[in-house]
Design a protein around this ligand. Structure first.
Ligand code: ADP
Length: 607
């Protein structure tokens, strides 16, 4: 197959066209084609100058070659093939493409081995686009070059302008200006009054040669007026609009026809005159939307099915990858945040559960402590009740013998009230210890709270034959504490101390309870002369369920520690010189301002 191009085959439009021809041929012919490329470059060198030499060259080149098909592209190639095909490629079918239909009319009948794919430049259609986009324009500028083709094109445009409905006040031909001149002249135009149509400029006045499309970009990019053109790549390069002839589409059609011709090669290659000329490819309205925007011309003025190039894509189309990545990141972050919130919620719930369970356990332990003290409590309550009973009996007797004076009876009643209050006091303290109530941290006087708890220790010590020494030495120290829990610490430590002295000799049965100021805080000290503790492993005493007692639970000291922790304090055990053990609870002094965070952290659980 021979590709014979009239123009430079390297110009952008030609490359697009031949590329399309090759793509279709490769797809249709499984074994491919062997292609020779020859160019006449007549657009730039004229049709006659080199023809004799080119003819001689091609005749020599193809004399011994078998050629199935010649594709002649453009006017020059078509003319050349028409004149010389019998001498160079005798009997070979010739496919002529990219020639305007007017050319065919001019040359008349074609030889019977020719097939032609013409195109039709619909100048009128471009004028109707001008009409829509610039309805008030009255000055028409036609830009073209000085080559034959350029001039022919400009002639056609001017001729068509005369036929439009619009009456142009002036029609100017700008022929063969350099890029600089064109730019300077265009800069002076007003888009309301002037319409600019660009045909082709293969050559300028000074003989400089161009590819017509190259000029488009240079003159259109900053011109204050839209420039109309004829080829799809003009519009891509910055022409505003036009009824364009698509060379790529022509390439595809040419490839298809060429494939059919090659597949039927070997058969009679004479074509019926009616088949020889395929319908002209239509020109389609095409517009460069970015350029119209720059010129502030609304694209709504275009007909709806006008093909739109360079339309700014909506952001999501242009940046879809970035958007996907951002959405992915946001999604992952959201999932992470959600997971963290859930985790936090679960942790809160777990903390709440743990606090509630700790509080329940603490209360259960208190109930058990009170159980341990029940004998002495019974005694403590029983004693005033007994006294009340004897006083009531005595009053009764006195009233029967009627020698009772009012003063004596009043004295008895005073005793009864005192004993009743004493019994009531014990019961109130017990109730306070056993009641289920919310843990509340309030600033309290350390000594007062603890002293009150000793009222339950005293009878127990008495019952066990233990001497109780008390020395409260910090009457002004205030701590932020839950009173009930503070008293529970004292009870636990005191009962443990008394247990440790169970088998001690009488002289050693002494329990000391006292308070004292300490560094940045205040301390409760509970000391005994009991069995003592192993100095090397004091910590195990505080572990839950560690007990050496037959009926012990091993919870007392672990509860003391958790209470100390909840109060931001500390508890420690020390062996005492001379035997026995000393337990010390240290609590920080209440700061002037109320410790809100502490309160909030602890109010959830109740005892
Ligand atoms: P329980 O009293 O039920 O055994 P605790 O946690 O109160 O549980 O005490 C744990 C262990 O610590 C006790 O079994 C005992 O061996 C030891 N202990 C506690 N207090 C004293 C003390 N004052 N002297 C000697 N050992 C003690």
């Amino acid at each position: 197959m021979v590709l014979l191009t009239g123009g430079d085959p390297m110009q952008p439009a030609a490359l697009m066209q031949t590329q399309a021809i090759r793509t279709v041929l490769n797809a249709t012919l499984p074994l491919g084609t062997e292609t020779f490329l020859d160019t006449l470059d007549g657009l730039r060198f004229g049709s006659d100058l080199l023809t004799p030499e080119l003819f001689a060259l091609l005749r020599k080149k193809y004399s011994g070659q078998h050629v199935d098909l010649v594709i002649a592209i453009g006017n020059y190639a078509a003319e050349f093939a028409r004149a010389h095909h019998e001498a160079i490629w005798p009997g070979t079918p010739i496919l002529v493409t990219s020639v305007p239909d007017v050319w065919l009319k001019k040359v008349g009948a074609l030889p019977s081995t020719f097939v032609m794919i013409p195109y039709h430049i619909e100048i009128e259609k471009t004028f109707s686009i001008v009409e829509s986009l610039q309805p008030s324009a009255t000055r028409l500028v036609v830009i073209g070059g000085t080559s034959d083709l350029d001039k022919r094109f400009s002639d056609e445009i001017v001729e068509a302008a005369g036929k439009t409905a619009r009456r142009w006040v002036s029609i100017e031909r700008w022929e063969g200006f350099s890029v600089q001149e064109l730019k300077a002249r265009l800069a002076l135009l007003d888009k309301r009054t002037s319409a600019v149509l660009y045909g082709t400029q293969y050559r300028d006045r000074e003989g400089r040669r161009y590819f017509p499309v190259e000029l488009v970009n240079k003159i259109a990019s900053d011109a204050p007026v839209p420039i109309y053109g004829w080829y799809a790549n003009y519009i891509e390069q910055g022409a505003a609009a036009g009824a364009v002839y698509d060379l790529e589409e022509n390439g595809r059609t040419t490839g298809n026809v060429a494939a059919q011709m090659l597949l039927s090669s070997g058969q009679t290659q004479q074509f019926d005159a009616s088949l020889r000329t395929l319908p002209a490819l239509p020109a389609r309205c095409t517009a460069n939307i970015a350029m119209l925007k720059r010129l502030d011309i609304s694209e709504n003025l275009l007909e709806p099915d006008c093909k739109r190039l360079n339309a700014p894509h909506p952001a999501y189309r242009q940046y879809w990858k970035e958007i996907v990545v951002i959405l992915f990141v946001i999604g992952t972050q959201a999932i992470t945040i959600f997971a963290m919130l859930k985790q936090r919620h679960q942790r809160r719930v777990a903390e709440y559960d743990a606090a509630t369970r700790r509080a329940d356990l603490t209360r259960a332990s208190r109930i058990s402590t009170v159980g341990e003290l029940s004998a002495s409590i019974a005694h403590e309550v029983g004693q005033p009740l007994g006294a009340i009973l004897s006083n009531v009996d005595a009053a009764d007797l006195m009233m029967q013998s009627s020698d009772a004076s009012d003063a004596e009876l009043r004295e008895i009643l005073t005793d009864v009230r005192r004993d009743a209050l004493r019994a009531n006091d014990v019961i109130q303290r017990l109730r306070a210890l056993l009641q289920k109530q919310a843990i509340t941290f309030t600033p309290v006087v350390f000594d007062t709270v603890l002293e009150r708890a000793t009222s339950l220790v005293k009878p127990e010590a008495r019952r066990r034959g233990i001497v109780l020494q008390m020395s409260f030495g910090a009457p002004d120290a205030r701590v932020l504490a839950d009173q009930v829990q503070l008293q529970q610490v004292l009870l636990n430590l005191a009962i443990n101390a008394m247990d440790a002295m169970e088998n001690s000799e009488q002289k050693d049965r002494e329990l000391s309870i006292g308070t004292r100021h300490a560094k940045e805080g205040v301390e409760l000290v509970v000391a005994d002369r009991g069995t003592g503790i192993p100095a090397d492993n004091v910590e195990q005493l505080f572990e839950a369920f560690y007990t050496t007692k037959e009926r012990g639970t091993g919870l007392g000291l672990s509860i003391v520690r958790s209470i100390a922790d909840a109060h931001r304090g500390a508890v420690s055990a020390l062996p005492r010189s001379g035997g026995g053990t000393e337990f010390v609870l240290w609590l920080p002094l209440a700061s002037a301002e109320f410790d809100q965070t502490h309160l909030r952290g602890s109010e959830a659980a109740s005892v």
